[in-house]
Design a protein around this ligand. Structure first.
Ligand code: IMP
Ligand code: MG
Length: 185
């Protein structure tokens, strides 16, 4: 895998800006769920850094759980319109206030499929918190209750988002220079 510096076109959202916005979202969520039980559900793997930072900014008691769905495979940049659950929750969400935490809503297929599936399990409330929104690419309508940033139609990586599974650790969100990036295999 190439060094990130060799494929980075520009830093779209720097670490300080991310931190500030995540803190704001945490405050808003804390206020909205004050006195209420809350379960955060992290959609693996892209939402991990966001979920961890967000959780530390939520001052009200809450639980966490994790699920994985696959719609993008390694090397693929397009959502198929299908999402398969590859790791299900450990928690029974019946009568719980559920907040799905996702890295990015692109076509909308992934989150729409997750909402549909979890909706059948009778949660008390079911909402979505997404770090990034790429509205130009939307194919499936999804309500985003808490949003970090709206971004242009560019492929981004860092802060959880991957470039063929690498570079999720970067503290910023960067744009890939597709002229320089050479996908492996
Ligand atoms: P959707 O089903 O098209 O909304 O895709 C959502 C998923 O695609 C996200 O959870 C990301 O894993 C992935 N994705 C979409 N856009 C990007 C991007 O620009 N960089 C990295 N991953 C992306
Ligand atoms: Mg993802």
């Amino acid at each position: 895998m190439q060094d990130y510096k060799d494929v980075l076109a520009e830093i779209l959202i720097d670490a300080e800006t991310l931190d500030k916005r995540v803190a704001e979202l945490g405050e808003q969520i804390s206020a909205d769920y004050l006195g209420e039980d809350l379960l955060l559900i992290c959609i693996l793997r892209g939402a991990v850094p966001f979920m961890v930072d967000l959780s530390r900014r939520i001052s009200t008691p809450h639980m966490m759980d994790f699920m994985a769905v696959s719609s993008y495979g390694v090397g693929k940049r397009e959502s198929t319109g299908f999402a398969r659950v590859t790791l299900d929750l450990q928690t029974d969400i019946r009568d719980r206030n559920v907040l799905l935490v996702e890295d990015i809503v692109d076509s909308g297929h992934t989150i729409s499929a997750v909402l549909q599936m979890l909706g059948t399990r009778s949660p008390r409330t079911l909402k979505v918190c997404a770090l990034l929104d790429k509205p130009e690419r939307r194919e499936a309508h999804v309500p985003i209750d808490y949003l970090g940033f709206t971004i242009p139609n560019k492929f981004v990586f860092g802060y959880g988002l991957d470039l063929d599974e690498y570079h999720r650790n970067l503290p910023f969100v960067g744009v890939v220079d597709l002229n320089k990036y050479k996908p492996a295999g």
